[in-house]
Design a protein around this ligand. Structure first.
Ligand code: NDP
Length: 254
């Protein structure tokens, strides 16, 4: 056995939304640590580009068209991963969306869309992956947010969904600890991606307020989420479960 606690050689990971933003940063980090990767996402042009980056690192990579809101796509992603890599040891539930707007004007459809993608799909993916993950012991990393911790006046459904991700993470961690499946959440702070670019580009006062409140004095980059993800995916975290690890430049404690 390798002496490197963080070595992911011989392990297979699914990263939902691994075709861009934080998902891409995490997928590349897991691949650099030795894992083979399945990118599960909708936009295949973006997925193709990340697949090439991962293969350039010498890792195997498949991409499966997957809308996490469709249970059939989840099953197909798991089947393709098992067929390509012989099993699954790491699941990263990263795919997510946000709607901005005052809660008093939010429609049922907007509420349901965010809860379906950000929370229900996470439960469904974990449930469907359980038989594979328990074969060798496994790691689940669910992506939360600073809004797992704080309320927001303008992303109510997002905040509710990300709070739910943390509670779901704790419950699955308790349920599956004896199966040697560790379930943890990674809570990014404000990270530069397609999701937050409108804040940077169109809402300068809000952007500056976030930078000022963040002790590190800046937004993070997607690649900066990779270190915590590698830790939570590796043997180094075998006695860590049900936890939320914030990667936020200090935003959560200021
Ligand atoms: P991006 O908008 O860059 O990425 C979102 C990803 O989610 C895309 O890859 C997209 O894939 C995927 N996705 C969305 N809906 C679906 C769906 N129904 N099925 C499959 N894939 C889907 O945003 P981020 O990288 O910033 O966000 C990634 C995660 O990090 C989200 O869960 C987000 O809530 C969380 N987060 C982000 C923060 C930030 O500051 N950026 C802060 C805290 C948390 P496709 O292109 O195929 O649609």
């Amino acid at each position: 056995m390798t002496t490197n606690l963080f070595d992911l050689g011989g392990r297979a990971a699914i990263v939902t939304g691994g075709n861009g933003g934080i998902g891409r940063g995490i997928a590349l980090g897991l691949a650099q640590a030795g894992a083979d990767i399945c990118i599960a996402a909708r936009d295949q042009d973006k997925a193709k580009a990340v697949q090439a980056e991962i293969e350039a690192l010498g890792r195997r990579c498949i991409r499966v068209p997957c809308d996490v809101d469709r249970p059939g796509d989840i099953d197909a992603t798991l089947d393709a991963t098992r067929d390509a890599f012989g099993g699954l040891q790491i699941l990263v539930n990263n795919a997510g969306i946000a709607f901005m707007g005052q809660p008093e004007r939010m429609s049922d459809d907007e509420w349901a869309a965010v809860l379906d993608t950000n929370l229900t799909s996470v439960f469904r993916f974990c449930r469907a992956a359980y038989p594979l993950l328990k074969e060798d012991g496994g790691k689940i990393i669910n992506i939360g947010s600073m809004y797992s911790l704080f309320g927001s006046p303008v992303v109510t459904s997002y905040s509710a969904s990300k709070g739910g991700v943390v509670q779901l993470t704790k419950s699955l961690a308790v349920a599956w600890a004896r199966k040697n499946i560790q379930v943890n959440a990674l809570l990014p702070g404000w990270i530069t991606t397609d999701m937050t670019n409108p804040v940077k580009e169109e809402m300068p006062a809000m952007y500056q307020g976030i930078v000022d409140r963040t002790p590190a004095g800046r937004f993070g980059e997607p690649e900066e989420c990779a270190g915590a993800a590698v830790f939570l995916a590796s043997r180094a975290s075998d006695f860590v479960t049900g936890q939320s690890v914030a990667v936020c430049g200090g935003y959560s404690i200021s």
